[in-house]
Design a protein around this ligand. Structure first.
Ligand SMILES: Nc1ncnc2c1ncn2[C@@H]1O[C@H](COP(=O)(O)OP(=O)(O)OP(=O)(O)O)[C@@H](O)[C@H]1O
Length: 204
């Protein structure tokens, strides 16, 4: 469960995120929508504890450890950044193993149509395949909170459904899953939509 109460953020004079109230219960997949620049990525960074809001509060339950982003464990928060950011020197399988702390995640690689690519490095697979591997890495350690920024942006329709099915399965096992997306398929898949519009929340 994650509660956002009046969370807002500015960069200097620029208002990146107007105050937002939203709840993200455990076991639900929520989609954050809104025009480009409305603050979706900013809100995801705040929700994951990697950015500090200027006002309001973020209340994760159970609480997140008070650690900087690069020290956060994949078993605390699973993150799919817009930039994907796999470890380039590791194979896809080893990217998952690093997150899990041991080899594993074959079921996720299979579910995301990556089994035959498991021994390749990110530079040896397509952008869409890298993105699916980032989704697998985010889910492999079964975190209670999953945050994904545009996780279907590089997927064809069939693979977008695989990604959404994997995120849905994480919610079904009890995780709170928050994704930002422009993809209407993702919006249909979600249990709730949090809409940011021109800097303000229309529905949460
Ligand atoms: N580090 C920063 N410094 C200054 N302004 C920033 C910074 N990061 C984001 N912004 C601004 O804050 C606003 C919200 O950005 P954000 O990336 O959260 O939007 P978004 O809804 O995720 O956009 P998109 O759909 O294009 O990814 C934008 O106007 C952006 O230019």
């Amino acid at each position: 469960m994650l509660s956002l109460r009046g969370v807002c953020k500015s960069y200097g004079e620029a208002e990146a995120l107007r105050p937002v109230d939203a709840d993200l219960p455990a076991g639900e997949l929520a989609v954050l929508t809104g025009p480009s620049g409305s603050g979706k990525s900013t809100l995801l960074m705040i929700a994951g504890g990697w950015e500090t809001p200027d006002g309001g509060e973020v209340v994760p339950s159970p609480p997140l450890p008070d650690l900087p982003m690069d020290r956060m464990s994949w078993s605390d928060v699973g993150f799919v950044p817009q930039s994907i950011s796999l470890f380039e020197e590791l194979t896809l399988a080893d990217n998952l193993a690093l997150a899990l702390g041991r080899p594993g995640g074959g079921d996720l690689l299979e579910a995301l149509d990556l089994t035959r690519l498991a021994a390749r490095r990110p530079g040896e697979v397509s952008r869409g395949e890298q993105q699916r591997a980032a989704v697998a890495r985010a889910l492999v350690a079964a975190p209670a909170l999953v945050i994904a920024d545009e996780p279907t942006s590089h997927q064809d329709h069939r693979r977008a459904l695989l990604v959404l099915d994997a995120l849905r399965a994480a919610a079904d096992r009890g995780a709170a899953v928050l994704i930002a997306s422009h993809d209407p398929v993702a919006v249909r898949y979600a249990d709730r939509e949090i809409r940011l519009g021109a800097g303000s929340v229309l529905r949460g």
